[in-house]
Design a protein around this ligand. Sequence first.
Ligand SMILES: NC(=O)c1ccc[n+]([C@@H]2O[C@H](COP(=O)([O-])OP(=O)(O)OC[C@H]3O[C@@H](n4cnc5c(N)ncnc54)[C@H](OP(=O)(O)O)[C@@H]3O)[C@@H](O)[C@H]2O)c1
Length: 608
Amino acid sequence: MLADVQARRIALVGRTASEDDPAVRPWLERIRQSGAEVEVFAADVADVAAMRAVVRDVVARFGEIHGVLHCAGVPGGGLFEQRSTADVRRVLAPKVRGALVLDEVLAGQPLDFVLHFSSQAGLAGLYGSADYAAANAFLDAHARARMPRDGRTVSVAWPAWAEVGMAVGSPVAGRPVAGAEWQVTRTFEPGRDWELDEHRVKGRRVLPATAVLELICTAAARRGLWPAGTAAEVRELTFVTPIVGDDPVEVRVTFTPSAGRHDVRVHARHPADGPEWTEHARGSIGPGRAAVPAAVDVAALAATLDEAPPVQLSSWIDFGPRWQVVGGVRHRDGRWLAELGLPEEFHAELADHPLHPALIDVATSVSDRAGRDYLPFCYRRFEWFAPLTARIAVHVTRNAAVDRRYEMDFDILDAADGRVLATVTGFVLREVQPSEFVETPPSAPTDRAALSPADGVQALRDLLTLPLPPYVLVTLPDNRALPVRDLWLRDTADDRPDPVAPAADPRPVARPVERRPAGTPDGAEEIELMVAEMCAQTLGVGRFGVGDDFFGHGGDSLSAVQLVSRINLRWGVEISAVTVFDRSTPELLAAEVLALREPAPADPGVAT
Ligand SMILES: NC(=O)c1ccc[n+]([C@@H]2O[C@H](COP(=O)([O-])OP(=O)(O)OC[C@H]3O[C@@H](n4cnc5c(N)ncnc54)[C@H](OP(=O)(O)O)[C@@H]3O)[C@@H](O)[C@H]2O)c1
């Protein structure tokens, strides 16, 4: 990277740095082959005496020092209350003390730049890494304080880097933290796994969304994410694209602790096609209610409903024998009761499949959707109380059947004794055309939350050639795989960005971020414009009007999920991706943001 950015005389400093390190030597050779000179110095950047000696030696060897990349850092990691003072100091030292030491020992050198390698963690925080986030926040503040005086101190908040550096080896690229996150991976193989073989959409094997739901719940249960005896609760599990499995497919679930629960991300890849992971679903899981709802009198419930025709499974999906489970159905006024019985030869599977994907998949089909085709989009809330039994009763209530969206609630009961095994509040389906599904090309890889080395070099080159503010945030918009030209470089000047600037600017964009008094809320019009900009960026289109329809511009469920992530991040709200189906313009979404941000009215009955 250093040679790539045209540095000709390079001094590398690290505590354990050595010319003889076999891991380092090939890199030194590459740098030398590029025509640059390089020398290695061993010192702790937080040790002022050692660094003074390094500066003296470097000057003796190369002459004056013109630029510094302050990269020293160690990752944090672990719950803050369990970190000792020494642990925290170890993380703070290379950045906090290191920055101050550099100032001291480099005084008098004709520096063009001192570029501190900070992290987005300094801006956004990082779960399980408060010390690391603080160390980076210090660098940011330090550069802001120094830049007006010396005109050369810059703090660069990088996203995670792919392939190299401290984030590699972390379970999820994009997070320079180890230990707080964990993953499970399962490979599904055609010809071996019935979840694929018995669920074919126009001939293609597609993993049912319920297999993903089961993988999440069982992995979390094994990990003991909730106290025994309480329910598991999955929230806002949103499916962005189906997982096709005509070849073996690895499905990976990443659990990230978040506010007493775990955020969940589901990725898949086909090893035959390459190493890239594609995101397929996201949501969260955590403990649910402690008390299991009272058992339901299934016979009494049936008596309130009328006999109805059998459940129609989707006509464009070929189902295998495990899906042949439907017994009698009863119905009245948007409510259904269906009995589903797993064929006897598959009963033994319930030991390994406590949320049998075929049973639940059929349960989600009990309703009046015949004639229209839908794909699962979101479980707003799924509560799991007990393993499914071979004979279940499903009680469904339809909530909505509107444009593009069908929504229902359902309870899964033991057919024999009415025990509540699971409940779903808000199962949302999105309408699709079968042709749309089978012709969909493989979705673009989205698990590139990390900056590739090539993009990193390009960004560094830009940073060294552009006039810089004291603080630069380098982002890949919404973790999407974008060429470096789309890197979003921000500074903190006072002028504001054009809120509806075309998204496809061919050059790196230096966009000023507004400086506003802390706590100043955005107004309605401002939010509308910013949501419009987010729509344009998400869809990669030019201008996007505040009254324009997101789906009219080519939006789909994947982009809807990405859009709400941006909105939620920006305004600290929790809008469901489902909302975009009903409120598909920036105007309507902005109203939603405002409504959610409205402070709760004071309770007049409470004396203060
Ligand atoms: N990798 C990422 O995804 C990422 C993302 C955002 C920001 N960053 C930041 O970029 C910088 C480089 O990250 P990286 O991923 O390349 O990390 P890395 O591979 O772990 O390298 C860190 C380097 O810092 C040196 N170091 C640590 N403490 C030191 C000290 N007290 N004095 C001198 N050298 C010290 C280490 O060498 P010794 O152990 O031999 O001292 C090592 O060479 C870090 O500041 C990091 O916070 C990285």
